[in-house]
Design a protein around this ligand. Sequence first.
Ligand SMILES: *Cc1c(COP(=O)(O)O)cnc(C)c1O
Length: 354
Amino acid sequence: MNETLDITVTKTEQTRLTVTDFSQLPFGKVFSDHMFIAEYENGEWTNLQVLPYGPILMSPAISALHYGQAIFEGMKAYRFADGKVSVFRPEKNFERFNKSATRMAMPSIPQDIFMQGIAALIEIDNKWVPSQDGYSLYIRPVMFATDPYLGVKASDKYTFALLTTPTGPYYSKALKVKIETEFTRADEGGVGYAKTAGNYARSLYPFAEAQKEGFDQLIWTDAVSHEYIEEAGTANLIFVIDGKLVTPSVRSTVLDGVTRDTIIKLAKNAGIEVEERRVSVKEVIEGIENGRLTDAFAAGTAATVTPIGEIGYEGKVYTLTDPSTRTISAGIAKTLNDIRYGLIPDEFGWNWIV
Ligand SMILES: *Cc1c(COP(=O)(O)O)cnc(C)c1O
């Protein structure tokens, strides 16, 4: 970050803080008072502004709606006990955002716009960062194509926005997940590693079908053989097998999660062996049956560390170890939590104090 950017600030006349119930915060439904917007036109980012959160005027012809040039990110700001606000590893989200942008033929966002936009928003909406344990301010960067043009081509115009939403714990209980072997989320050469809208759109129908069968989430398998586990679609997957942390390696079909990366580093630091490799469905199911698999959890910014309690596969449901006995994931989750809230030293330099 170098010089301070020129950001126009328009404050809301009526804060919604007073009418917001901070004890009732379903994920992503309550937005803070302001948002940040920047527009891309004629090859440059202009019109940087912080303004009241609300609808924006758009043509129904914008190409994001028709052809899906839309990407997003997700990170969180935490309130320390001393009142300071810290964003967790935002530069990782910045890098991934531009990786997604490149794959979707969209322009990169400069780092100073991304970071100073976050800082400006958190300054004006500081009171929206919750202070209860387990709560945070979720930050959602998004970019979408705004050319009002029906030809199939990369748009010339884009809008970048930052939205923030105070949030509590995402899942409250151990998950019942289904290993999906019919539908797929991503394929080699595709866009699975990008946080782009269509990846989530294509997962909604299979997810709804699984929900009808009583599952909370899906475990996606590879599109070629359905024999290997990839990820959960909004979170990465981590297992403990023979006391080692085992996680599917990041590839073009698996999103490179910041939480996954963080947990791997914390585990190694704690002397736990980590294997990043292909993980077969067979090995997981057999591990549950013979007791070698002692822990399984989903890891993501929104979901944090969520234990998996049951796994459905080919019509059978397998029950994993009692989540209350899982010392490895519980230990890592606690360390991660304590770093995020500034309760223990941040040895890795992950906290960005705004
Ligand atoms: C966002 C996301 C994750 C988790 O990534 P984090 O950086 O840890 O939040 C995992 N898989 C997919 C498909 C995602 O969109």
